[in-house]
Design a protein around this ligand. Structure first.
Ligand code: FE
Length: 346
C-alpha cells in the first residue's frame, strides 16, 4: 500500500515538474515544496501538516527506502525535489559529496548546534537518537553496559541485532573505529557475532520481540522504537519486557546519530523549502519531533518528551559526527570480513 501511494505521489510530483516552465507560475498560484524522503511518511506527516496549516504551503512527499540520491543525481536540473530528508550523518555527508545539495543559511538554521550541521550549510540535523541496549527485565540483572561488553563471551547466544550492514550498525561500528581503531573493531564485531542468538534479521523492533520470546536477553536498537512499540497494541508486550540501558554512560557516552535535511541542488521552490527548513528547526517544529515522534530534539531549547525522559538520561558520545561518514565504509567492510550477517557458529 505504502509503495503504491509513494509511486502515486511520485508521478504527481514528476508530472508537475516535467517540461512545464510554468512551474513557477503554478508555484505562485499554490505554493508547494517537494520532498524526497528516506524517512517513513508517518514520521514526518505530523510536521508537514503543522507546517501547511501555518503557512498554506503544500508539502508533497516521495518516500523510498533506497535510491533517492541516485534519482536526484539522474534528474539533474529537471529534478522536482526541493528537499532531501534522511537519517544518518553519513548519508547526509554522502549527499553533499555527491553534489546533489546546495548550501543555505538562515538565523534559525545557524541557531542549531554547530555539531549537528554541516559547517558550509549543506545539511542540518533535526533530531537525535541513540543506539541503545534493550535488556530483558527478567533475565538481565546488570544495570549498565558498554558497547565493548557486547563482545564478551558471557553474552554467548544471548544477543540479537539486525544486519551488521544496516546503516544504524555500520555507523555505530564507525564510531568504534574512531575510538578504538580498526583492529579492535574487527575483534569486537567478531565477538558480537559469536554472541548472536541467531542470524541477524528484521528491524530493531523484531530484536525486542525476540527478547520477549526468550530467544535472546539483549538487543541493539534505536531509542525511538521504544515509543513506537509502546504505542502499538501488537508490540506493547515486547516493549514491556525490556528496559533501556544507555551504553557507556559511565565513560564516553552513548552513540548518537541524527535525522536531518538538505536543500536539493536544483530546488525549484527554494523559498518555500527554506520556510519548511526553518519551521522544522524552530522551537515549534522541534517540539513536534519531541512530543509526537519521541526523538531527541537537536535544539537545546526544547526538552525531550516525558516518555523519553522516563527511559533515563542520555549522555551523548561527543565524537564529531563526521567520523561516521569517514569510517562507515571501513565498518561495512569489517562486518563483511567477520561474516557478521552469516550469524553465530559460522
Ligand atoms: Fe529507524
Amino acid at each position: 500500500m505504502k509503495s503504491n501511494t509513494a509511486r502515486g505521489a511520485l508521478s504527481a510530483v514528476i508530472a508537475c515538474a516535467a517540461g512545464f516552465s510554468l512551474a513557477s507560475t503554478a508555484a505562485r498560484a499554490e505554493a508547494q515544496v517537494n520532498i524526497y524522503s528516506y524517512r517513513e511518511p508517518a514520521l514526518i506527516d505530523p510536521l508537514l501538516k503543522a507546517f501547511t496549516a501555518k503557512t498554506g504551503i503544500k508539502a508533497n512527499v516521495v518516500f523510498a527506502k533506497d535510491g533517492l540520491n541516485e534519482r536526484l543525481a539522474a534528474e539533474g536540473q529537471n529534478s522536482p525535489a526541493d528537499l532531501l530528508f534522511t537519517v544518518d550523518a553519513g548519508r547526509l555527508s554522502e549527499a553533499k559529496a555527491a553534489g546533489i545539495t546546495q548550501p543555505v543559511k538562515s538565523d534559525t538554521l545557524t541557531g542549531l548546534p554547530a555539531s549537528f550541521r554541516d559547517p558550509e550549510g549543506h545539511w542540518f540535523g533535526l533530531t537525535m537518537r541513540s543506539r541503545v541496549i534493550y535488556a530483558s527485565k527478567d533475565r538481565v540483572k546488570q544495570g549498565s553496559i558498554t558497547y565493548e561488553e557486547l563482545a564478551d563471551p558471557k553474552w554467548k547466544g544471548k544477543l540479537c541485532t539486525r544486519s551488521g550492514q544496516h546503516v544504524y550498525n555500520t555507523s555505530l561500528a564507525a564510531t568504534m573505529i574512531a575510538h578504538k581503531g580498526e583492529a579492535a573493531t574487527e575483534t569486537w564485531l567478531k565477538g558480537m557475532k559469536d554472541n548472536l542468538a541467531r542470524k541477524p534479521a528484521g528491524g530493531d523492533r523484531e530484536q525486542v520481540r525476540d527478547v520477549q520470546a526468550g530467544l535472546c536477553d539483549i538487543a541493539l536498537g534505536n531509542t525511538y522504537y521504544m515509543a513506537a512499540m509502546q504505542k502499538n497494541p501488537e508490540q506493547k508486550a515486547w516493549a514491556d519486557s525490556v528496559r533501556i540501558i544507555f551504553p557507556n554512560a559511565g565513560d564516553r557516552g552513548s552513540h548518537v546519530n541524527i535525522s536531518g535535511m538538505a536543500m536539493a541542488k536544483n530546488a525549484p521552490n527554494k523559498d518555500s523549502a527554506l520556510k519548511l527548513m526553518d519551521f522544522l528547526a524552530s522551537d515549534e517544529g522541534q517540539k513536534i519531533y519531541a512530543e509526537v515522534i519521541n526523538e531527541y530534539p537537536v535544539s537545546p531549547k526544547v526538552a525531550p518528551s516525558e516518555l523519553v525522559k522516563s527511559w533515563g538520561t542520555l549522555k551523548p558520545d561527543q565524537l564529531p559526527l563526521d567520523n561516521i561518514a569517514k569510517y562507515r565504509k571501513k565498518a561495512s567492510e569489517l562486518a563483511d570480513k567477520v561474516g557478521f550477517d552469516a550469524g553465530p557458529g559460522t
